[in-house]
Design a protein around this ligand. Structure first.
Ligand SMILES: Nc1ncnc2c1ncn2[C@@H]1O[C@H](COP(=O)(O)OP(=O)(O)OP(=O)(O)O)[C@@H](O)[C@H]1O
Ligand SMILES: [Mg+2]
Length: 296
């Protein structure tokens, strides 16, 4: 059954879409059948995967407003094991149209439940808002992955977001976990990046992914070629980092499944691989799903 992960941050331009597309492609390349749901009217995930505007194509709008099943709306993303529910600007109106509907926060959840068995991962690319669209995404998700840029006031931004997630746990989705906080556009030449990264790790500890996404021009170029970075330039630092992130996400899922079973010192093959090429190995701080992580 798919793990459903919202990629969300109210702040714009922090790398949500870049992460949805490239984590999605990297999971698919690891033979994990993955569905990306473009849930942003900007439709950047759709165009990043090479799909130009096409008014005849069904989109996530059809799914949540008109009741078309995801099975009917999803298209082959032209990458093995990767599927896409596209978006377009029609989705702007959806939040308004949903206001008068029954169970308006749960419309995406209902659509996803019907296809959960068909995928290993479902990633939802959220808009940079906290409107009904994002609430639908969070209501439908097992966890949220929060991309964050290493910049001044980053901790305040994440704290606010985690407060919001706590409220969502109390209201629409009590089991929403934090998949992880992901440092994006990291520039190891700047003291600020390093300092902010260190602060975030000391503040949020194991909730921060070991993998860090560097600022990398290939990641910025790939969308204009309509392809994930692993197909645009597999040898780039950007490609490496998202492959690493996919390994970390898969290893964390395996840890959850094996929770209760003893972890050996070297870990499972995949967990060890994920810990391998990345940054400092972070011995002993195996990340947990952080359900109810607000308690610390
Ligand atoms: N690691 C990176 N290195 C270089 N450029 C990046 C990186 N990540 C993202 N970008 C670029 O930064 C811009 C914003 O990224 P992206 O669209 O992924 O952010 P977003 O959070 O989805 O934005 P929005 O809030 O508007 O949806 C894009 O032009 C993208 O190509
Ligand atoms: Mg985006």
């Amino acid at each position: 059954m798919a793990r459903v992960i919202s990629i969300a941050n109210q702040k714009g331009g922090v790398g949500k879409t870049t992460t949805a597309v490239n984590l999605g492609a990297s999971l698919a390349a690891s033979e994990q059948k993955t569905l990306i749901i473009d849930f942003d009217p900007q439709a950047n995930a759709t165009s990043s995967l090479g799909f130009q505007r096409d008014p005849a194509r069904k989109t996530s709008y059809n799914t949540i407003i008109l009741g078309d099943s995801i099975e009917r709306v999803a298209i082959d993303a032209k990458v093995d094991s990767l599927w896409l529910v596209p978006s377009d600007k029609n989705l702007v109106g959806a939040a308004v149209e949903m206001v008068s509907m029954d169970h308006r926060e749960y419309r995406l959840k209902a659509a996803i439940e019907a296809v959960r068995d068909s995928y290993a991962y479902i990633l939802i690319d959220c808009p940079p808002t906290l409107d009904l669209l994002t609430l639908n995404a969070l209501a439908a998700s097992d966890s949220v992955l929060v991309p964050i840029q290493c910049e001044f006031l980053a901790i305040e931004g994440v704290s606010e977001l985690l407060d919001t997630l706590m409220r969502i746990r109390r209201t629409i989705n009590s089991s929403l976990a934090v998949e992880g906080i992901l440092l994006t556009m990291y520039d190891d030449r700047t003291t600020l990046s390093k300092q902010v990264a260190a602060d975030l790790r000391s503040f949020f500890g194991g909730q921060v992914f070991e993998t860090v996404i560097p600022r990398n021009v290939r990641l910025a170029e790939a969308p204009s070629h309509g392809m994930p970075v692993i197909f645009y330039d597999i040898h780039s630092k950007g490609a490496e980092s998202y492959i690493q992130l996919a390994k970390e996400v898969i290893a964390n899922a395996q840890k959850r499944v094996g929770a209760g079973t003893e972890r050996t010192d070297s870990g499972t093959g995949a967990a060890a691989a994920a810990a391998g090429a990345g940054s400092a190995s972070g011995a002993g701080n195996a990340r947990v799903g952080a359900v109810g992580g607000e308690s610390e």
